[in-house]
Ligand binder design. Structure first.
Ligand SMILES: Nc1ncnc2c1ncn2[C@@H]1O[C@H](COP(=O)(O)OP(=O)(O)OP(=O)(O)O)[C@@H](O)[C@H]1O
Ligand SMILES: [Mg+2]
Length: 153
């Protein structure tokens, strides 16, 4: 079965927990383990936080974040695709931004580990960005049914 949802929120830190919990609630139909659900929440939280602290740091224009989720469930599991899009400043050098510990906000409580965390916690990950236009982070998480998990061990 295929399902989808689209969420549009303002880039406010108050909306970060709403976004991560909304995606987690949507993911429930795929019967994730507690640990898988926690991975998804962490990854979404990092992506949304980046939109708030980096994309719209100049606080100009309409500051919206669009989160799109597509779930596909099969007999032996399923997959959840998540896209987090902003229309902010964009990333000058994506390869550099993906490097562990790279941050443009040094000394401001940022450790430069957000993208690394997203990559580690999700099954697939990619970033598209255009200077002055915005950034789109795509992440997928694969799930296995309980039966399949038992077989794999
Ligand atoms: N949505 C975005 N828009 C513009 N720049 C971004 C965006 N997301 C990330 N970046 C840039 O990529 C860099 C790396 O992001 P990453 O999430 O890995 O680290 P961080 O946000 O700096 O620190 P941390 O996530 O550990 O708090 C950021 O410092 C920022 O320059
Ligand atoms: Mg970050």
């Amino acid at each position: 079965m295929k399902n989808c949802m689209k969420l549009e929120i303002l880039a406010l830190s108050a909306n970060e927990s709403f976004a991560r919990n909304a995606v987690a609630a949507f993911a429930l139909s795929l019967n994730p383990t507690v640990s898988e659900l926690s991975d998804i929440k962490t990854a979404v939280s990092e992506a949304v936080t980046n939109c708030i602290v980096h994309a719209y740091s100049r606080r100009e224009g309409e500051q919206k974040i669009v989160i799109e989720c597509i779930s596909e469930s099969t007999e032996d599991g399923g997959v959840l695709h998540i896209t987090v899009t902003d229309y902010g400043c964009g990333i000058e050098n994506v390869t550099q931004a993906l490097t562990p510990f790279f941050t443009t906000l040094e000394g401001e409580e940022r450790s430069g580990m957000g993208f690394t965390i997203m990559q580690t916690f999700m099954s697939d990950f990619s970033v598209k960005s255009e200077r002055g236009k915005g950034t789109s982070v795509r992440m997928s998480k694969r799930f296995f049914s309980e039966e399949r998990r038992e077989k794999i061990g």
